[in-house]
Design a protein around this ligand. Structure first.
Ligand code: ATP
Ligand code: MG
Length: 529
């Protein structure tokens, strides 16, 4: 990719929480305090929605307004499609990668920051769910590139929230370390994703001890349970057929979210929805809502158990539970946690802003390090060492010679501190074998079930005349952002080569260039840069 060297900008590195339903952009002010930037509508959060309308691209609140008139032209929840193999989002006969949709949202936040600072914004740290697999992480970085950013890092959302919590509690004061070490369990339930992350905050370091989660579980799934209930209620009480109800699911989804919000504030809520001639007038109680969604809450309870196991801890090893994400406002969450443990449930950080604020803190730590310890603000920020872990095993998938069945081998176990590297050892099968092909997988079991195929790479140009059984070593590594790289060493020659993984999902460099051209044309047509 070629781009002219940009003029230096006075805008600090931004921290962006690119959420499934809403996104937030923050920065660290001159006093070392993270601040959220208001968008052009004066709001702290921007809906993660993009509408394509008569040659126009509407982003945020405007796109949400279009849902009432042209729902088919509005894209929401693109985060759920990031890094999915070959998945494109179809609008008006055109197919767009999720990265492009996300880049429009990032571009909107960039322009809001530029308006705030009166200067260009170049660098960013973007957050991702801790349980995001590697293709989703890469896709997020690519969305940043498409939005014209230099992506300095990505950071896990619960880790960012823990940083925001840390600064709230003054553990990063210039003259002090965290007064009392703490082991935190972050319960992060957003619109579309769920993470449980256990971290140790001690001195000037944050170490992640264990992660588990679900990249497709969030407030939206609670809404979907209300939608199903609404459909049943319509069918039982109104003269309307199921097909029509299914066709109006978008409207019911928005009503369902409203109902869910009401049930946070009160124990029952009135429901009145008109679909054509059919009017549904009824009530939903919080206790029925809790019943309808009990299976979802149970999944989060199970995930906590797995995260504790990953961290090799029990509840007795946790000092505090930190709630993050808008969906933790549902009373059932605190009630469930209180049934599980008598540990303090901490709701002191803003569930909407904590992640972006933490990303801004992390961004400043990185830029301070890059500047040899100089803070971009007037107030230096105590540097915190943040060590995250990988949420999934990284392995290779081969064939068991005796049975011909797929056989996996874990190279980097999950919950390894990042960066992490390890050596995978292979042997040539035939005399004079000139190449070895390796399939890289993340997660799943030893047979490759439920694994994400990252892609394949070939160790080529093995020297001629190697006997069968000659060793070839491949170094697989995760960098701090959780991105995978590979290097091969042919032991017979000692030659070490960086090898490119041919990836199953995501955009190639050429495709990024092409989509960058297309988005530049769109921006130009809209009078944006
Ligand atoms: N008062 C409330 N009661 C219940 N749920 C709420 C309330 N306010 C917000 N939510 C829910 O919180 C969710 C959005 O949370 P948040 O903004 O943290 O998610 P996100 O960052 O967009 O998604 P993710 O982090 O999963 O990518 C939505 O499902 C929304 O309905
Ligand atoms: Mg979020």
């Amino acid at each position: 990719m070629t781009s002219p060297t940009p003029e230096p900008s006075s805008t600090p590195i931004l921290g962006i929480d690119l959420g499934t339903t809403r996104s937030v952009v923050s920065y660290l002010d001159d006093h070392g305090r993270p601040q959220t930037i208001l968008n052009a509508d004066g709001d702290m959060t921007t809906p993660s929605a993009v509408a394509f309308e008569d040659g126009d691209v509407l982003i945020g609140k405007e796109a949400i307004k279009s849902l009432a008139i042209t729902p088919d032209q509005v894209v929401q929840f693109a985060k759920r499609e990031m890094g999915n193999d070959g998945h494109m989002i179809s609008i008006d006969g055109y197919d767009y990668p999720a990265e492009l949709i996300q880049s429009f949202i990032l571009g909107r936040l960039r322009r809001d920051a530029e308006r705030h600072f009166g200067d260009t914004a170049q660098s960013v740290v973007i957050t991702v769910p801790a349980f995001f697999n590697e293709p989703k992480r890469r896709a997020t970085m690519d969305a940043g590139l498409l939005a014209g950013f230099s992506v300095e890092a990505i950071i896990n959302e619960p880790t960012a929230a823990a940083l925001a919590y840390g600064i709230e509690h003054g553990f990063m004061d210039p003259d002090g370390v965290f007064k009392k070490p703490e082991t935190l369990l972050v319960y992060d339930l957003g619109g579309g994703t769920f993470d449980v992350c256990i971290l140790r905050i001690e001195g000037d370091a944050i170490n992640v001890l264990g992660i588990d989660g679900n990249a497709r579980l969030g407030g939206l799934d609670w809404d979907a349970c209300i939608v199903d209930w609404l459909i049943d209620e319509f069918e039982n009480n109104c003269d309307i057929d199921r097909k029509k109800l299914e066709a109006n699911k978008g409207i019911l989804q928005r009503e369902a979210e409203e109902i869910k919000h009401s049930l946070t504030a009160r124990k029952q809520t009135n429901v009145k929805i008109r679909l054509g001639d059919a009017v549904l007038q009824t009530q939903l109680t919080r206790s029925l809502f809790d019943e309808l969604t009990a299976h979802l809450l149970d999944r989060t309870r199970f995930t906590i158990k797995k995260a504790l196991e990953a961290a090799k801890l029990t509840w007795s090893g946790i000092d505090r539970v930190l709630l993050v994400g808008g969906a933790t406002r549902m009373p059932q969450i605190v009630e469930m946690l209180q049934r599980e443990t008598d540990i303090t449930i901490d709701q002191s950080v803003s569930p909407d802003q904590a992640v972006a604020l933490g990303a801004a803190v992390y961004a400043n730590i990185l830029s301070q390090r890059a500047n040899g310890g100089e803070s971009s603000g007037k107030q230096p920020l105590r540097s915190v060492d943040v060590t995250d872990v990988n949420a999934h095993h990284l392995g290779v998938l081969g064939v068991e010679l005796s049975t011909g069945r797929p056989q996996g081998q874990v190279i980097i176990p999950k919950n390894s501190p990042l960066p992490a590297m390890n050596v995978a050892r292979f042997k040539t099968v035939k005399p004079n074998q000139r190449s070895v092909v390796v399939k890289v997988i993340e997660g799943g079991d030893m047979r490759g079930h439920n694994a994400t195929t990252i892609g394949t790479f070939s160790v080529r140009d093995l020297p001629a005349g190697l006997p069968a059984g000659s060793p070839v070593e491949v170094i697989l590594q995760y960098n701090v952002d959780g991105i995978i790289q590979a290097e091969a060493i042919v032991l017979a020659t000692g030659k070490k080569n960086r090898i490119e993984i041919k990836r199953d999902a995501g955009l190639t460099e050429t495709e990024i260039d092409e989509w960058q051209d297309i988005s530049s044309e769109i921006y130009e047509a809209l009078g944006l840069d």
